[in-house]
Design a protein around this ligand. Sequence first.
Ligand code: A3P
Length: 284
Amino acid sequence: LNIALQYSGINFPGHLHTLQSMHYAEEFKFHDTDILIVTYPKSGTTWMQEILTLICSDGNQAPAKTIPNWIRTPWIEHYYCEDILQDKLDNRIITTHLPFHILSKSLKQSNAKVIYVARNPMDVVVSFYHFHKMAKFLPEPGTFGEFLEKFLLGKVHFGSWFEHIKDWLSHREEFNFLFITYEELKKDLRSSVEKLCKFLEHSLLPDVVDTIVWHCSFTNMKDNQMINYTLVPNEIMDHQRGKFMRKGKVGDWKEHFTEEQKQHFEKVFQEKMREMDIRFIWSL
Ligand code: A3P
């Protein structure tokens, strides 16, 4: 199960990604009505999938409660995506973890809406580390310190966090693009839903927004089988070794990093993000 597919110099889990599915993503014909969620793994992908499902269904919870997220908001680069999307023409919510350069050509030929969700990379690496322990399609992570080093060097599956965010954000002007962070969603989910509605030009009544905020809380989502990944068999995700809906917190890195690791991380962050003119609401 744990065989990587190397594509464009990056390792991807081979049980979900094939050469054919990567080509499919690269050549994909986006529609102007498509909504594309772009994330580096563990940044709030699943949360955004749920929020957008609810916005697009005008707060009707039925799709979110009956259809697994990987079918209703499929990853364009996964091998099963083609079958799911082939008959769906409108209102498609599509997900991707791919770096900018793989999708840029096809995305530029449309006016699809792109939503980039970012999260404090210190929390991303912690969440990713725990996910590696349970996901049998990812390599064993070793100790947290070992995994952290690989993450900082970009030598993990899905490539470098730094390159991912830098490449996507430096091309944001070329697209119909919204940048939003996990921390913003955590701080004020209601305002975040309203911001998303505005971007999507999809207005909702205040009580529908209330339903969405309630439905998408961590407490609710962790008990919804259609989004908490408990439907995935143990051979693929070892549910004894952890939960996909783990903690859902901001700042869990403080429980994992030593002072030395924190300083090293900050140094690498400053170096790599120096040329980026973006302000995050998290404080490193
Ligand atoms: P933790 O491991 O820190 O708990 P992704 O969907 O990109 O793989 O990200 C998974 C992370 O998002 C996990 O983080 C998960 O708990 C968190 N998450 C999912 N739904 C959430 C929600 N409704 N509220 C807060 N965090 C959520």
